[in-house]
Design a protein around this ligand. Structure first.
Ligand SMILES: [Zn+2]
Length: 79
């Protein structure tokens, strides 16, 4: 029996982002935060230094990975 796992690279997931200056809504990738990239608001043109300060993105990824693990375990039961 072949084993399979659901794998998703969450680093490239797009998330909503709101400019702290003008509240303009844009989208950034999770990896941009992890790399603490400097981005520019498309509306007011300010530069925003992304910070992964409290490691919340890592925590979020772990939560999602846990959910996928549960899903994988569920599939195991049907084999
Ligand atoms: Zn802005």
């Amino acid at each position: 029996m072949l084993k399979y796992k659901i794998m998703i690279d969450l680093s490239y997931i797009w998330i909503d982002f709101e400019c702290p200056e003008c509240n303009y809504q844009d989208q950034i990738q999770l990896i941009d935060i992890k790399c603490e990239k400097t981005i520019y608001c498309n509306n007011c043109k300010i530069s925003i230094q992304l910070e992964d300060n409290d490691a919340s993105t890592h925590e979020g990824i772990e939560t999602i990975n846990k959910a996928f693990d549960d899903l994988n375990n569920l599939f195991e039961k049907f084999k």
